[in-house]
Write a protein that binds this ligand. Structure first.
Ligand code: C2E
Ligand code: MG
Ligand code: MG
Length: 239
């Protein structure tokens, strides 16, 4: 697992990290999740892989806390198949308990395609997860099949503006309109808004002036191995 920092634009502090999986292949080196996650989903292998990711990310976060790093949330991506697992909330609660991690330090990232399938079931699952005390975010927001009437019923904490809308900032008027609208809507719905894939100071500036709460992207740091992240968090306590 690699970890990419998330920075609060008001305080300049690192408030979270996203756990991103890589496959260390003996010949090909690090293989991107974009290459193997779709296959793992197709074969159902994503369920045991995702279970491992959840456990390892929680264990690692607790280890950082034990090493004296400021407490932050770890965000874990959940695929649709995992989200449909029965007893997901019990599994999450058990992992937190085993790791000794307080639930507020875990966030699950869901995608629109995972969440928008069966409305009633989705809402029940999300409420069960919220009851455990963790946070929920909607990843790649605006790229999937999103229904705003359903969005308002979901117990979400955070919207993640997809990097495809961030890429054209600050010059592309359409991307500017879309990202500004997402920030405005998120605020009105009392959700945190984070922009992902932020690479340039120009992108940061329009997001900041538009009222975006947090950013994540190469401008702050690439996804880092756990030990590199710990060093980074110690050295760069503020942005
Ligand atoms: P995602 O969750 O939307 O993650 C963000 C992706 O954007 C990551 O790609 C990250 O490395 C990349 N990124 C971050 N900052 C920048 C930037 O400034 N510029 C650019 N161009 N890219 C940036 P990555 O690590 O290759 O992951 C791709 C996707 O694979 C993730 O998209 C997520 O959907 C999936 N994934 C990764 N880890 C897991 C996992 O443990 N479980 C599941 N189910 N899916 C995962
Ligand atoms: Mg994600
Ligand atoms: Mg994303």
């Amino acid at each position: 697992l690699h970890y990419q920092p998330q920075v609060d634009l008001n305080t300049g502090q690192i408030t979270g990290v996203e756990a991103l999986i890589r496959w260390r292949h003996p010949e090909q080196g690090l293989v991107s999740p974009a290459q193997f996650i779709p296959i793992a989903e197709e074969r159902g292998l994503i369920v045991p892989i995702g279970h491992w990711v959840l456990r390892e990310a929680c264990r690692q976060n607790k280890e950082w806390q034990g090493a004296g790093l400021p407490s932050i949330a770890v965000a874990v991506n959940l695929s649709a198949l995992q989200f449909q697992q029965k007893n997901l909330s019990q599994e999450v609660a058990r992992i937190l308990q085993d790791c000794g991690l307080a639930p507020e330090y875990l966030e699950l990232e869901l995608t629109e395609s995972a969440v928008m399938r069966d409305a009633e079931k989705t809402i029940a699952t999300m409420h069960a997860l919220k009851a455990v005390g963790i946070r929920l975010s909607l990843d790649d927001f605006g790229t999937g099949y999103s229904s705003l009437s359903q969005l308002k019923r979901l117990p979400l904490d955070k919207l993640k503006i997809d990097q495809s809308f961030v890429r054209g900032l600050p010059d592309d008027p359409d991307d500017l309109a879309i990202s500004t609208a997402i920030i405005g809507m998120g605020k009105a719905l009392k959700l945190q808004v984070i922009a992902e894939g932020v690479e340039t100071a120009g992108q940061l500036e329009v997001l900041r002036s538009g009222g975006c709460d947090e950013i994540q992207g190469y401008l702050v740091a690439k996804p880092l191995p756990a030990s590199d992240f710990a060093r980074f968090a110690r050295e760069k306590s503020s942005f």
